[in-house]
Each structure stands twice: as structure tokens, then as C-alpha cells.
Design a protein around this ligand. Structure first.
Ligand SMILES: [Zn+2]
Length: 81
């Protein structure tokens, strides 16, 4: 087919910050910030939930967020204060 290929925009290493729904307060104010190769800072701008989250392997922020929510829901991560 003579259709033009859409330009694929690749996100290399640093993904742009996106806002996710907070598992604690339900507001979409959570940001995942990569601090290191296996460490991310997850913070909610609404309820001030802030957590360092260690992960293994190479993950996108969305994967890190999903894992974090799973663990949060499972009660493995508690909000202090
Ligand atoms: Zn929150």
C-alpha cells in the first residue's frame, strides 16, 4: 500500500511526566518521577502521598505506577501520617 507510515515518536529513557490517579485519594494528581535506574518517586499533589518505589528491570512510568497501585491496594504500601 502506498500509505505513508506514521512517524513513530520514541520516548528514550526519560519519559515525560504524566499524571495518574491516586490510589489513596482518587484524584488524578500522582506523578512518577524516576530518581535512578531502579528507583522512582511517586507523589500525589492532592493528598501528599509520597513514596520512593524500588523496582526491578527496565520499566516505563506507567508500569511503575501500576505496580505501585497493586502494592498499595494490597496494603504493602501504607501512607504514613
Ligand atoms: Zn492522593
Amino acid at each position: 500500500m502506498g500509505r505513508r507510515r506514521r512517524k513513530v515518536i520514541r520516548v528514550v529513557r526519560r519519559t515525560l511526566p504524566k499524571v495518574f490517579t491516586c490510589p489513596n485519594c482518587g484524584v488524578s494528581g500522582v506523578r512518577v518521577k524516576l530518581k535512578g535506574e531502579h528507583l522512582a518517586l511517586i507523589s500525589c499533589g492532592n493528598c501528599r502521598l509520597t513514596r520512593d518505589y524500588e523496582f526491578t528491570g527496565r520499566k516505563e512510568v506507567i508500569d511503575i505506577y501500576n505496580e505501585f497501585v497493586d502494592q498499595f491496594m494490597a496494603g504493602k504500601i501504607k501512607s504514613d501520617q
